[in-house]
Design a protein around this ligand. Structure first.
Ligand code: AMP
Length: 583
């Protein structure tokens, strides 16, 4: 497939906001391409060159792209900058300056390879090398191709293709319907690599997908926890459980594969460099290969205290890692193991996996086993919960002892119980920012009035609104959020957003914010959970608790299904309103 053909299809995808159309166009692309093209196309449509967990970045920002565009089309840089101010989209700027058509167009595989070369250029003079490579590539492309190439490079695809849409398109390409979705999704949950899945399906069919197993070095999608309102409900639903403290740190998946250690965040981004002490501890484990799941948290040896989430994540800034590692070293409370020495342990019951964790970590003082208490008594569970809260932890996680590790699933194998403010147990909600209002008075100074926020509908792969947020942040907090939002503003409603409200500025869904609310109420105007005959859901008295930009992708926000469950739970007799925790 020529890149120009892919670009024409990307244009069609851009023109529709209907998910069925997106799936159809993408499945046509898959049907039309050869095996070797499946991986490059899958990564490129996601604005990537490799699966998300591989830290391959093209490394050309807006400023350098402007220089490349000026060079490729022989126009002064000032002119590019001026035009870009008018269009507000560097892709369109490139499109305006590029020739409408060319006799030759490079193939998709060639464009992917050339971008890969640009991404992996390193060392002295690499910036110039990247720039020259990109200028050359732009010079070989027509205007539509140039537009999409620039957007891919900036990671601003604006097509609205999330993982579920890719999985549906693959199923359609192969079977003409969605029937392969469960098999595809299961393989995706084990491998986190959509390109690999696309190629495997073509080369080896469903049996090939089943044969894709968990492997060290490749993150699997983490198992997630459900909510229940109180200890009684947990015991009633799960029976005997293993109870562990719920640590308020960062989820880490630690892989050791021979001499190589890799550490991934909850959203499967590579974070190995950020945690040298976890890396060192994992490399001394007495196994050839292993995958561990746990929560990393910074420990202050002077005060003998664990440091709160916000400080733990300060590590995400690349500077000063060694200094921080010395001052507040990171520890990880490991609660699970999914793989050891070539064997997939995910089908084993949790009790057995936990024994393996204990055995593996016996000698480590950086990788610690998260303590586990077994009980079938609501009183004991309540005591554990209160104990952990009084020790400054978030609450507890109760786990079914006989459950397998279900990658990517949020189900009642794990249930979280958290601290509360009014005697009722409850939880915060993670929302995605979808729009902003200009605001009045002091707020207008920061350019940030209220924010339009939504949750994720995983069935439809879209973001639906649930609330407007106006409180919870300090002046400094508002200023910071405004700075982050500026680069996400777009003129049109983004593809995957479904909203009746029209904010002053739309935002590309990217930033996840943790909010606390008094209650979930039905709403005729919010689209979360709205169907033909049912109203949507809204949050009553929402306030921002924290920004979760560090570890959550927009698709990791609370889902409509969870909101509906929370709504049902709050209506159960004897239950108060869902009031979340305070950090
Ligand atoms: P939440 O992010 O509120 O959905 O809660 C689930 C998260 O709690 C997991 O993704 C982990 O990051 C964290 N967590 C902390 N301690 C544990 C534990 N003992 N078992 C499982 N998850 C834990």
């Amino acid at each position: 497939m020529k890149f120009v053909e892919l670009a024409a299809n990307l244009d069609q995808m851009e023109a529709t906001s209907k998910r069925n159309d997106l799936v159809r166009i993408l499945s046509d692309v898959y049907r039309a391409c050869s095996v070797d093209e499946l991986e490059p196309i899958t990564y490129l449509i996601q604005g990537r060159l490799a699966p998300f967990f591989e830290p391959v970045e093209i490394g050309l920002g807006e400023r350098l792209l402007i220089t490349a565009i000026a060079g490729a089309y022989s126009v002064p840089k000032e002119e590019v900058i001026k035009l870009n101010r008018q269009t507000g989209d560097l892709g369109i700027t490139a499109q305006r300056l590029a020739p409408a058509s060319l006799r030759e167009s490079p193939s998709v595989v060639e464009v992917h390879q050339r971008l890969f070369q640009i991404a992996t250029a390193g060392g002295a003079g690499s910036q110039q090398e990247k720039l020259d490579g990109f200028t050359g590539l732009l010079g070989d492309l027509d205007s539509t191709s140039a537009k999409h190439l620039v957007r891919i490079t900036l990671g601003k695809m604006r097509l609205g293709i999330g993982d579920p849409t890719v999985l549906d398109a693959l199923s359609f390409a192969k079977k003409g319907d969605r029937s392969l979705r469960p098999v595809l999704e299961a393989a995706y949950n084990r491998t986190s690599d959509l390109g690999l899945i696309a190629r495997t399906l073509e080369e080896a069919g469903e049996a090939g997908l089943d044969a894709l197993k968990v492997r060290a070095g490749h993150p699997l999608r983490p198992q997630l926890a459900e909510r229940l309102p109180n200890p009684e409900a947990v015991i009633k639903k799960l029976g005997i459980v293993g109870v562990q403290p719920k640590y308020d740190g960062l989820r880490v998946q630690i892989h050791k594969n021979a001499d190589e250690v890799s550490i991934f965040s909850r959203n499967l981004e590579s974070m190995t460099e950020m945690f040298p002490e976890l890396d060192a501890a994992a490399s001394t484990l007495n196994v050839e290969s292993v995958i561990l799941d746990g929560e990393a948290i910074a420990y202050n040896a002077e005060s003998e205290e664990y440091v709160p989430f916000q400080e733990t994540t300060a590590r995400r800034r690349k500077e000063g890692i060694q200094e921080m590692a010395a001052r507040v070293p990171m520890r990880a409370f490991v609660f699970d193991v999914m793989f050891r020495d070539g064997s997939d342990l995910t089908p084993l019951p949790y009790q057995r996996r936990f024994e393996v964790v204990q055995e593996l970590l016996r000698e480590s003082d950086t990788l610690l086993t998260a303590p586990l208490t077994t009980t079938d008594s609501a009183e004991v569970l309540t005591r554990e919960l209160l104990d952990n809260i009084s020790r400054g932890l978030e609450g507890v996680v109760a786990k079914r002892l006989d459950s397998p590790y279900q990658a990517g699933a949020r189900n009642f194998n794990w249930v979280k119980l958290k601290r509360n403010t009014s005697g009722q147990l409850n939880d915060t909600i993670d929302v995605v920012l979808l729009g902003s209002y200009r605001g009045k008075g002091k707020r207008a100074e920061f350019g940030a009035g209220a924010l339009l926020a939504g949750v994720y509908d995983s069935d439809k792969d879209e973001f639906v609104t649930i609330s407007k947020l106006g409180t919870g942040l300090s002046d400094q907090g508002w200023r910071e959020i405004h700075e982050r939002l500026a680069s996400l503003e777009v003129a049109e409603k983004p593809a995957r957003v479904n909203s009746i409200f029209v904010p002053d500025a739309w935002l590309e869904p990217a930033i996840v914010v943790e909010v606390l609310a008094d209650e979930i109420t039905p709403s005729p105007r919010h689209t979360a959970g709205m169907t033909g005959d049912r109203p949507g859901f809204a949050l009553r008295f929402p306030r921002i608790v924290s920004l979760r930009t560090q570890d959550k992708k927009p698709e990791d926000a609370t889902t409509v299904r969870e909101i509906r469950e929370m709504f049902e739970q709050q209506r159960q007799p004897g239950r108060g309103r869902p009031v979340g925790r305070q950090r």
